[in-house]
Design a protein around this ligand. Structure first.
Ligand SMILES: Cc1ncc(COP(=O)(O)O)c(C=O)c1O
Length: 412
């Protein structure tokens, strides 16, 4: 059995510095990393190689739904690793079938395609939408309307779908067949529909774009527009799915069902796995040979995801806790806003996908939090984002608020 007390020797500052140097020397320069090396995590806590303790409100960027090294996920991985780590999709495996059944039984969908990441799930969705529409709506139907400020991934098609020039810059020519409209604006969306449109792709709540929520009726209106024009509604729930917003999937808040949905991040409790879900009608456009992924839905990822999903669904405790903590977290952030009206513009979000928009750059606050033992994230330049484990406690929130209070006091 897994030894939960497992520990590793601490490293000296010289040893850590050597790793930092080797990281720059051997790893491509695609991330600005903060100067800490993490070695261990439990629940909301992580520890660095020099022995410091941190509260993690980043959660692997909305991945660690159940916190770090949740015992059920660890045991599931361990058991599966002893049994079978990988086999080809040419063969049946139990954890994949179990996971697909769980996902179908708890969503609008009838069928699942498994992959390894959010971008890969969106690639699959884009391909399925094009294939279905060409076959059922007309050979000239291939265009997808997405939202400005959205984020759908870093592959060529998904960065084209992403409505942010900074993500696309340098990678032109982009993939043909995408257009963008302002999020939460029905008039703009209506005007953007042409005879070539096949689908609308949206995040129910924009995460990377700065935690932006739509009006309550927006997605319902989008659904109606899609029905009217025979368009597919594709929801990217890579960040919002798996209980992050207080319901298993964010679309449940808005009383709509998509035709296609993508998930990843929280699905495997930290193990890389993604999925694209669809209704039978749409899914039937994919036949053997149309799409594939060597590692997609491999035994290890699926076993971790089954454990994660069963834990989330069991007796509703985790979603209840997420909603309780969300309410308390928002109250405490609003208190800060009242105290620092010149620094905090708005507090927003759902469940434990929360954002606090500042009137200035957020990175100095992130760095100051790090110094004080708090990992937080900043997105869209000035939005502090809090995306911790759903099994958060009031005392964790209180500690963060105290630290933020101290930091913001010095900024006035
Ligand atoms: C809404 C959304 N879609 C897609 C992605 C891309 O996921 P991945 O990084 O797993 O490819 C992300 C990642 O942040 C995301 O937030």
């Amino acid at each position: 059995m897994f030894d939960f007390s497992i520990d590793f020797p601490l490293l000296s500052h010289m040893e850590i510095k050597k790793f930092f140097d080797e990281s720059s020397r051997y790893i491509m320069n695609t991330y600005n990393r903060y100067p800490i090396m993490l070695r261990k995590g439990r629940g909301i806590k992580v520890w660095s190689s020099d022995g410091r303790e941190y509260l993690d409100f980043v959660g692997g960027v909305a991945v660690n739904i159940l916190g770090h090294c949740h015992p059920r996920v660890v045991v599931a991985i361990q058991k599966q690793a002893q049994r079978l780590i990988h086999v080809s999709n040419y063969y049946y495996i139990e954890p994949k079938i179990k996971l697909a059944k769980l996902l179908v039984e708890h969503s609008f969908a009838d069928k699942v395609f498994f992959c390894n990441s959010g971008a890969e799930a969106n690639e699959a969705a884009i391909k399925l939408a094009r294939k279905y529409s060409k076959e059922h709506a007309g050979t000239d139907r291939f265009e997808i309307i997405a939202a400005k400020n959205s984020f759908h991934g870093r592959t060529l098609a998904t960065l084209t779908a992403t409505g942010q020039e900074k993500i696309q810059h340098g990678f032109e020519p982009l993939v043909p067949g995408f257009s963008h409209v302002p999020f939460n604006n029905m008039d703009a969306l209506r005007k953007a529909v042409t005879g070539s449109t096949c689908a609308v792709l949206l995040e129910p709540i924009q995460g990377e774009g700065g935690v932006r929520l739509p009006d309550q009726d927006y997605l319902k209106d989008v659904r109606e527009l899609c029905n009217e024009h025979n368009l597919l509604l594709m929801l990217d729930e890579v960040q919002t799915g798996m209980g992050r917003t207080g319901k298993l999937f964010a679309y449940e808040h808005y009383g709509v069902a998509p035709d296609i949905m993508t998930i990843a991040k929280g699905l495997g409790g930290g193990v890389p796995i993604g999925a694209m879900l669809a209704t039978d009608r749409i899914a039937s456009a994919f036949q053997p040979g149309n799409h594939a992924s060597t590692f997609g839905g491999n035994p290890l990822g699926c076993a971790a995801a089954v454990a994660t999903m069963e834990t989330i669904l069991e007796d509703g405790f985790i979603l209840d806790q997420c909603n309780r903590m969300s309410k308390y977290f928002i109250e405490r952030l609003e208190e800060l806003k009242t105290k620092f009206p010149g620094i905090i513009r708005e507090v927003r979000g759902k469940g434990l996908l929360l954002g606090m928009e500042l009137t200035r750059e957020g990175d100095p606050v992130v760095r100051a939090c790090l110094e004080k033992g708090m990992l937080i994230n900043c997105t869209a330049g000035n939005v502090l984002r809090f995306i911790p484990t759903l099994i958060l406690q009031r005392k964790d929130i209180d500690q963060l608020i105290d630290v933020l209070h101290g930091i913001l006091s010095k900024l006035i």
